[in-house]
Design a protein around this ligand. Sequence first.
Ligand SMILES: Cc1cc2nc3c(=O)[nH]c(=O)nc-3n(C[C@H](O)[C@H](O)[C@H](O)COP(=O)(O)O)c2cc1C
Length: 193
Amino acid sequence: MPDLLRLVYASKANFDTSVAEGEKNPALSEILTQCRRNNEPKNICGVLCYGDGFFFQCLEGDRSAVEGLYDRLLNDGRHRDITLLSKRAVPQRMFRQWSMKFMNVDSKIRRMLQIENLDEFQPHSFSDLMVERLLVELRDASEKRRPAPIGTQGRGASARQAGAARELMPGLVFATAAGVLAIVFGLMLAGLI
Ligand SMILES: Cc1cc2nc3c(=O)[nH]c(=O)nc-3n(C[C@H](O)[C@H](O)[C@H](O)COP(=O)(O)O)c2cc1C
């Protein structure tokens, strides 16, 4: 069984963050281009969340691949104050459809922060529980609800279609079962069986 690792860290952006969130920031664009280029061949996936000049990133993949990437990240001058929030072996991935999902901090995340009495997105101070809650929120956030500013960040159309098919499957099974039952009842009522 592969040694699957989930690593989460917080950092502060070192580049000009004056471009409003939701608009294209060239530095962010470049980072996401690198994520897409490098992560898929290494079978690394995850999410990068940005807000108020801070990053919150989750990396998932084979232990050696994730640790290698984290070492590179520690030496990347585009961010600083890199703080490990969580690093643990996990049975399965949360972001398997994404070479690197990108999310801006939005109103729903702001509400989560308010509940925790946090005025700003400062992931360095997040509790373990907040880290887990935010990961679930980021995993479940749809692209529609939160259009990211920088093009498409997924692992390609086929992976997204496969993900969508997986999500639709339970509904499809239920609809088919309901249809079969309706036909059986109809036949019984008609006295045919
Ligand atoms: C906040 C942040 C997140 C990053 N995330 C990734 C990532 O997920 N994958 C990656 O390959 N590089 C990432 N990078 C860039 C790496 O630090 C490094 O520059 C890059 O991997 C080098 O790739 P290259 O050798 O193809 O130029 C990130 C950089 C920053 C500042």
